[in-house]
Design a protein around this ligand. Structure first.
Ligand SMILES: [Fe+2]
Length: 141
C-alpha cells in the first residue's frame, strides 16, 4: 500500500498527505516521499513473521477505566531479533493519526505495547524490519 515515508526516521503518513513536519522526528515536508512500500498480509509467505498481530485489551490493568491496552507481537511466527535482522520500531495510530512509537533492540522480544486514551476508533500498527521494511495491520477498537 501507498504512504508518504519520512526519509529521516521512516515514519509513514497514512492519511494521503505528507505532514508539514514529521510527528516522530520533526523533519520537514520536503523529507517525505510517496512510496508503495508498506506491506500487508498478502505479501507474507506461509511462515508469517512480519505482520503485526494486534490484541486489544479494553480494561487496562495499570491505568484502569478510560485506557485501552494494545499488545502487538510481530508475526504469527515470532520475527527474529538478532543484530543483523530485527524489528527496529513499532508505530501506533488512531484514525490514521500517529500517537506513539516504541523503539526495539535485538535484546527485546519482537513485541510492543501501548496505553491509549482512545476507547474506540481504527487502530493501525506499522512495524519496521531493518531488512524487510514496513508492515501494516489494522483493527477496530
Ligand atoms: Fe524481517
Amino acid at each position: 500500500m501507498n504512504g508518504f515515508v519520512c526519509g529521516v526516521c521512516g515514519y509513514v503518513s497514512i492519511d494521503g498527505t505528507a505532514p508539514d513536519n514529521c510527528p516522530v522526528c520533526k523533519a520537514p515536508k520536503s523529507a517525505f516521499q510517496e512510496k508503495d512500500a508498506i506491506k500487508t498480509a498478502e505479501a507474507e509467505g506461509p511462515k508469517e513473521k512480519h505482520v503485526p498481530v494486534i490484541k486489544v485489551v479494553k480494561t487496562c490493568g495499570l491505568m484502569g477505566d478510560g485506557c485501552t491496552d494494545i499488545h502487538v507481537r510481530i508475526g504469527d511466527v515470532a520475527h527474529p531479533m538478532e543484530s543483523a535482522h530485527y524489528i527496529v520500531w513499532v508505530d501506533f495510530y488512531i484514525n490514521k493519526k500517529w500517537v506513539e512509537r516504541v523503539h526495539l533492540s535485538p535484546d527485546c522480544s519482537p513485541a510492543a505495547a501501548a496505553h491509549l486514551k482512545s476507547t474506540e476508533g481504527k487502530l493501525t500498527v506499522i512495524e519496521f524490519c531493518n531488512l524487510h521494511g514496513h508492515w501494516i495491520n489494522e483493527v477496530d477498537l
